[in-house]
Write a protein that binds this ligand. Structure first.
Ligand code: GTP
Ligand code: MG
Length: 370
């Protein structure tokens, strides 16, 4: 059970702090407004004031958001979620642009506008792949630390004229720490100074053994400028995805992760959500990190309105009560009351944590002065 300060308890009941302190005294508990009392005492006081007790704990939250176990027969294949990583200027953005230009909405007139930080492409052989456009290395780590493991496959971009550089090594370490398989895209192969062999031997020193070196890691020579090798790269990703046998249950209520979010002047808080399991539908009530909401509208990666989004589909979601953070996990729940309660509970936990951290530094500062 959680503890609560006297002031916070009074605040939540909308009663005067003095009255709460008095009631505590009558029950033999001496406490000032900034002191914490245990949950049992708080419950007693709440009842004395004639309010209803609703206690939320981590366990309650778990129960509300993780009730459904997926049955094997309900699982269906889903698209892999792919993140591109690599050293500065090695061509990550160019590569993504090139893939998008050749693959996204081929039929749509000049339709390469990207609306959200994630998009889907379909390969020649008919596999669908989801690319995340956002994460720099820091974002990748922070998303992971927030509990959102969103990437299934990392494409490591290494420029053939520059070979392995510090951020290449960083990306390798990130992928390894996350346990995510890698595919090496040896980029800028069009350049006269390109030396793909150097890339492969450099990688050996970081225990990345590519297929050309008789290892397991797929490597593809590409050029974001000429377009060489792009189809091959997409097929390599599709092959890796097949090996991973990625599955999800489109029949359950949705769980997803926030890729990016911002407060839009006209539309309010907007979040790009990658659905990881289940299907997110218009009208669904959800909790996301410390926020909650009800899906008012959704747009896909091409800016089209959609009524639902299944596993591995990125969508922009409207209808949030606050702006979540990248990496926050979204869970659909049954009722608005549940969503609000969980969000408020999480806000409180975060507030308490910050207060505790603040108190610790103050104490430390005092000790140092003494
Ligand atoms: P950061 O986002 O700054 O880390 O860079 P990035 O990895 O996204 O690289 P970006 O795509 O911005 O490319 C850097 C430079 O390399 C640009 O001038 C590109 O035009 C150039 N470039 C990227 N890919 C290729 C390629 O395949 N061939 C050649 N010749 N130039 C390339
Ligand atoms: Mg870039």
């Amino acid at each position: 059970p959680e503890a609560i300060t006297v002031a916070e308890l009074a605040n939540r009941m909308a009663e005067r702090v003095g009255d709460v302190i008095k009631a505590l005294m009558q029950n033999g508990v001496m406490a000032t407004q900034n002191q914490s009392i245990d949950a049992d005492t708080a419950e007693l006081i709440i009842e004395e004031f004639g309010h209803n007790v609703t206690r939320v704990s981590d366990a309650d939250v778990e129960q509300v958001i993780h009730t459904v176990e997926d049955k094997p027969e309900d699982l269906q294949s889903r698209a892999p979620i792919v993140t591109i990583m690599g050293h500065v200027d090695h061509g990550k953005t160019s590569l993504l642009d090139a893939i998008r230009k050749t693959k996204v909405v081929a039929g749509e007139a000049g339709g390469i506008t990207q609306h959200i930080g994630a998009y889907q492409v379909t390969t020649e052989s008919g596999s669908t792949l989801t690319f995340l456009d956002t994460p720099g290395h820091a974002a990748f780590t922070s998303m992971r630390s927030r509990g959102a493991q969103v990437t299934d496959i990392v494409v490591l971009v290494v420029a053939a004229d520059d070979a392995v550089m510090p951020q290449t090594v960083e990306a390798i370490n990130h992928a390894k720490a996350a346990g995510v398989p890698m595919i090496v895209a040896i980029n800028k192969i069009d350049k006269p100074s390109a030396n793909p062999t150097k890339v492969r031997t450099d990688l050996l020193q970081h225990e990345v053994v590519v297929e050309q070196m008789s290892g397991e890691v797929q490597d593809v020579e590409v050029s974001a400028i000429s377009g060489q090798g792009l189809d091959e790269l997409l097929e390599a990703i599709a092959l890796q995805a097949e090996i991973l046998e990625l599955k999800a249950n489109p029949g359950r209520s949705a769980q997803g992760a926030v890729i990016e979010a911002q407060l839009d002047v006209g539309r309010g808080p907007v979040a790009t959500v990658l659905v990881q399991n289940g299907t997110l539908r218009q009208g669904d009530i959800f909790v996301v990190g410390e926020q909650w909401g009800k899906v008012r509208a959704m747009e896909n990666d091409q800016g089209q309105r959609v009524k639902e989004a299944g596993p591995s589909v990125p969508v922009e979601v409207l209808g949030l009560n606050g702006t979540p953070e990248a990496g926050d996990v979204l869970n659909v729940v049954e009722t608005e009351a549940q969503a609000r309660e969980i969000a408020e509970y999480r806000q409180q936990v975060a507030k308490d944590k910050r207060a505790a951290a603040g108190a610790a530094t103050t104490l430390e500062a005092l000790m140092q002065k003494a």
